[in-house]
Ligand binder design. Sequence first.
Ligand code: FE2
Length: 283
Amino acid sequence: MIDDQTVDHKERADEEKSAYEKAADEGVDPRCIPQSLDGRPPVGDEIPYPDYTAQDHANWKYLFERQMKLLPGRAGDAFLEGVETLGMTPDRLPALADLSRNLEAETNWQIARIPGLLHEKDFFNLLSNREFPSTDYIRGEDELDYTPAPDCFHDMFGHMPMLTQPDFADFYQLFGKAALHAKGADRPRLERFHWFTVEFGLIKQDEGLRIFGAGILSSKDEVRHALSDEVEKLPFDPAVIVEQDYTVYELQDTLFVLESFEQLVDGFTDWCMSRGLLTAEDV
Ligand SMILES: [Fe+2]
């Protein structure tokens, strides 16, 4: 039996839930339900290379080659350079320990191996420590076109190249710090900010608009859709982004465009400071 007070409490809680938490409530794939870490995850050289099957390597090769063919003229320079700097190739699934070493040399970030979608607090803790949480298992043959669950193609290929860009790397650590401080409605606000930058961000280059968001760059459909006329492109503005709703499982119809990665760090820092989510000590 649910009394009025409980309902009221539940409604309030719903408002403060992230889009992922709401999806989990609605009976979405259990791999998409956030889990808490059981102690400190292995970082950098502590991460063993998994016993991948030939099929796992074949899946990586297929995804890597398919995406790399789509990226010229679409992905931003920082991303494409990052793929090279990290030493990713289609030949075999990269070792997280190797990626971590290369990343550390560039921007002093390391990789932490995690078991799947993390509970927010664990995720933000790692980011605030300049440790990027990554899975090391790859989607199956039946999910090559789309998977709602985290996997290492998204984590490695989608996310890690951008962490070689110094401003982006600094921003992402600040994001972790701010998110640890966020309460109530500021939590979904920051989640929207993450969505429209880290996952679905666009940036202006001299040649035209380019993509840097991991959610676009690791998806064959989003990467063709993002720069098309079907998508409304708005200028980067933190105050607008944090109120912009989105759906997790459909192609995006509104995206935001950065002028530079410096603008990302500065805009995010200013907005967070105005909300008390970052202090002078954090930046
Ligand atoms: Fe992601």
